[in-house]
Write a protein that binds this ligand. Sequence first.
Ligand code: CA
Ligand code: CA
Length: 191
Amino acid sequence: MPTEIIKKGKGVKLSAEDNQILSKVKVGLGWEVRKGGQLDLDASVFMLGEDGKLPSDEYFVFYNNLTSPDGMVKHKGDNRTGDAEGDDEEILINLPYISPVVKELRFIVSIYDAKARRHNFGQLEEAYIRVVNLSNSQEILHYDLDADFSDDTEVEFARLVREATGWKFLPTERGTKIGLQGYVDKFIPEL
Ligand SMILES: [Ca+2]
Ligand SMILES: [Ca+2]
């Protein structure tokens, strides 16, 4: 097991060197549903400008918008059942070529239609979100969603912030109950 795995509550273990070499990263989301159940998790990325808002709607990469306008954030497609082995949803990010208007990426995992279906992460048995540095295949973040965020319906699990020397990776562990729409409302520019 890679030693750099960041567990909830254990702080940041990513070294400055690791941060400087971050170039291609992958978000992997996996889950299993108990027999007879149905629960749909979604991984999303908000690409934010200087003002902390989306430069345009297309910079919100999710199941209905799989590729960012610069082509550097690619969602490999919605999975609604979690029935695959390993990562059920993946997002690939190519940091060096992201549009200069983007200053920050925010990563969210959410449960689809959680409020109406009365779902939360605690109803899952094996649900995780991870971030992999593709240059050395090491996980730089790995959270167990069902254990650590059992009451929540979304988790903002990481940020990548553009700095002069490159992109800084910041694990976050903010569980919420505002729905994916709550994040859209927060990041969409005011008219
Ligand atoms: Ca999904
Ligand atoms: Ca699965």
